[in-house]
Ligand binder design. Structure first.
Ligand SMILES: Nc1ncnc2c1ncn2[C@@H]1O[C@H](COP(=O)(O)OP(=O)(O)O)[C@@H](O)[C@H]1O
Ligand SMILES: Cc1ncc(COP(=O)(O)O)c(N)n1
Length: 508
């Protein structure tokens, strides 16, 4: 199975009402996850009620379109629909001879569901002659009879026999379709040249609707796209049938035209659109907004104000650093736990690298500062807030769903980066000739840290998009709880604290 987006070219006529021809093809290709392209064989003035007139541009112009595509784009599959006339059939056959893509599906369009002729009568032989160029041919019952040179099949068994004859004569697979059978069943079967027994057959109840304009076009282009993905016609047909059934069932929602209306190609996207509507474009924007009061409280803390203006007593700063060092130990473990649970490689690498950076870079910087002040790192026992915050992080990252763990670790990046910007601003405004913490504050504004914050935020938005409403609600709760812990952490050194070797400092 190929993970790439299949590049599928539809060679077909037009339908200005968008339900059949290449318009249906492009929608079906996209609906099946492919990238659709189209070359026009004929311009058809038609609607859901009938075909009014057909204009066939010179065959050379079709060749020019086809060459323009194949000279530039690697084509994974071609779906051929309305060909219309002998010169057009020859142009397509000539091009296929030069640029045969791996998958070729031919829908031998002859007459529209609404009744108008789409193939000149003298072109039937020419069309028969090119059937062998296709891997799969998808005639409806009437077209099958013409290709088999027989009368319209009056039963499913007769249709299968005709399908086998066509398959044997042209050495290709034939999809025998039961859409035009009388009765309330719509079977489809794949028949090969070797045996009249179908390679695979599906049956299903007819969807009670008149909106079958473009079903043949839609099914054949969906099959071409799916075949690139799966390389298995039976599997492709199973998927395409399931999708087309939904498109027929939901066709009335479109309210297009007065005749046999089009099918709803993107019925399966409707629900996704409704879900997306409930998720803000960036979930993190919403989190940021609800956390605004806590962030204001942080900015107003005496510790933060004094750190910003440089007036903070060194003992309190060192006590803060000492607790932060112990916090980093827990944070690093939480990031490692999150990395282990990250669903994709990017997030796994990012958080694993974050865990390493906590212990190798940041903790080392803290230790160096503490040593510089004559203290060994992690001198005081972990304070109550430090313990509460790290326990919370470890529980969220290890035991809650991955998006919730991510919401727990994000404030440490984001609130920290934000507080850092605020502190830098305070430092710039302060008249302290030599700000004692200037170099330390500069690390907050470090571009690498800001970039890491942006990445963590993007990963959270990604996780929120894939999560359900209950998980998003929990993400909101946990994010707010982490913001409150950030506040408490900054507030803690405001209390007197004690580090070994430092007099009269007590950390709460
Ligand atoms: N009312 C319906 N209910 C369920 N499936 C249908 C219905 N009408 C057509 N189909 C399916 O649509 C596909 C196109 O079939 P058909 O209508 O025979 O071809 P065409 O559009 O080329 O005339 C087939 O898979 C057929 O089974
Ligand atoms: C340009 C064009 N191509 C094909 C069809 C067949 O449509 P249907 O699938 O309804 O038979 C059509 N009506 N118009």
């Amino acid at each position: 199975m190929s993970a790439r987006v299949p590049r599928v070219l539809a060679i077909a006529g037009t339908d200005p009402t968008g339900g059949a021809g290449q318009h249906a093809d492009l929608k079906s290709i996209a609906a099946m996850g492919g990238y659709g392209m189209s070359a026009v064989t004929a311009l058809v003035a038609q609607n859901t009620e009938g075909v009014r007139s057909v204009h066939v541009p010179p065959a050379d112009f079709l060749t020019a379109q086809l060459d323009a595509v194949s000279d530039d784009v690697e084509i994974d599959a071609v779906k051929i629909g309305m060909l219309g006339s002998v010169p057009v059939i020859e142009a397509v056959a000539g091009w296929l001879g030069r640029h045969r893509p791996p998958v070729v599906v031919l829908d031998p369009v002859m007459v529209a569901t609404s009744g108008g002729r789409l193939l000149e009568p003298d072109a039937e032989d020419a069309l028969r002659a090119v059937l062998g160029l296709a891997d799969l041919v998808t005639p409806n019952l009437q077209e099958l009879a013409v290709l088999a040179g027989d009368a319209l099949a009056s039963s499913w068994e007769e249709a299968l026999a005709q399908g086998h004859r066509v398959a044997r004569e042209h050495g290709t697979l034939v999809l025998v379709k039961g859409g035009h059978l009388a009765g309330d069943r719509t079977p489809d079967a794949l028949v090969g040249p070797e045996s009249p027994e179908p390679l695979v057959a599906f049956d299903g109840a007819r969807v009670p609707t008149d909106n079958s304009h473009g079903t043949g076009c839609s099914l054949s282009s969906a099959l071409a796209t799916l075949q690139v993905r799966h390389g298995d016609w039976a599997r492709s047909l199973r998927i395409a049938r399931g999708w087309l059934r939904g498109a027929l069932e939901r066709s009335a929602e479109l309210e297009v035209g007065h005749g046999s209306g089009p099918v709803h190609h993107f019925h399966h996207v409707q629900e996704a659109l409704e879900t997306w509507g409930t998720v803000p474009e960036r979930f993190s924007d919403e989190l940021w907004e609800v956390s605004a009061p806590v962030r204001r409280e942080i900015e107003e803390l005496e510790f933060v104000r004094r750190l910003g203006d440089g007036g903070l007593e060194p003992e309190r700063f060192l006590a803060y650093l000492d607790q932060d060092l112990q916090y980093l130990d827990g944070y690093s473990r939480a990031l490692a736990a999150l990395a282990a649970r990250a669903p994709a490689e990017e997030a796994r690498s990012f958080f694993a690298a974050g865990a390493v950076s906590c212990t190798e870079t940041e903790a080392q910087l803290h230790r160096a500062r503490l040593r510089h002040a004559g203290l060994e790192g992690a001198g005081a026992p972990a304070g109550e807030v430090t313990r509460r915050y790290t326990t919370f992080l470890l529980a969220a990252t290890a035991a809650e769903p991955y998006p919730v763990g991510l919401a727990a670790v994000l404030p440490c990046y984001w609130v920290y980066a934000d507080v850092g910007r605020h502190l830098q601003e305070l430092a710039r405004r302060s008249d302290a000739a030599a700000h004692p913490y200037a170099d330390w504050l500069a690390t907050y504004a470090d571009e690498g840290f800001q970039e890491a914050t942006r990445t963590a935020r993007r990963l959270l938005d990604q996780a929120a998009r894939d999560a359900g409403p209950a998980v998003r609600e929990r993400m909101r709760e946990v994010f707010l709880e982490a913001c409150a812990l950030e506040r408490d952490f900054f507030a803690a050194p405001a209390a007197a604290s004690r580090l070994p070797g430092v007099v009269a400092i007590e950390y709460s």
